[in-house]
Design a protein around this ligand. Structure first.
Ligand code: FES
Length: 158
């Protein structure tokens, strides 16, 4: 038995098919534009620390840095304190101030010439090596560079 579409039914089917096609053509790119940024992570940027000439005292100097970082849809301000250490050969090191034992903040103790972690009495020397206490590893060192006399650091997970 043959069933024929009326002109009205044929037009309704055509409009539905056209609507579905347009939704597909415009919907997919819109969905991609919405979803892709959620999975995109920004590269860790170089953050300006200061003029390299400021860090020649021979004593570690604390610097608190702040920068904006985008993770997917979220833009957050990252604040981090680092210690800049000038070594005996004149080069610089940028150390984390986070203890490798249980992540407490260390501080430089001028009298003892060491970083002290108050949580469990851990000590690190000026290069970040463990001297005493429970810390299992040296203080993490961040990648850094000096360009045009300015010190930059990359605060990536270390
Ligand atoms: S957290 Fe630093 S010694 Fe335990």
């Amino acid at each position: 038995m043959e069933q024929r579409l009326t002109r009205r039914e044929w037009l309704a089917t055509f409009v539905k098919a056209l609507t579905a096609l347009l939704a597909f053509v415009y919907g997919i790119p819109a969905l991609v534009m919405l979803i892709v940024p959620a999975f995109r992570r920004q590269k860790v940027p170089w953050v300006k620390v200061g003029n390299a000439s400021e860090f020649t005292s021979g004593e570690p100097k604390a610097v608190t840095l702040s920068y904006q970082r985008r993770d997917g849809w979220v833009i957050r301000t990252v604040r981090s304190t680092v210690y800049v250490v000038s070594t005996s050969d004149g080069s610089l090191k940028v150390l984390s101030n986070i203890c490798t034992h249980a992540s407490c903040a260390v501080r430089w103790e001028r009298d003892r010439k060491a970083f002290f972690c108050p949580c469990h009495a851990g000590y690190f020397d000026a290069s970040g090596k463990v001297m005493e206490g429970p810390p299992p590893r040296p203080l993490p060192e961040f990648p850094h560079k000096v360009e045009g006399g300015v010190l930059y650091v990359r605060l990536e997970s270390v």
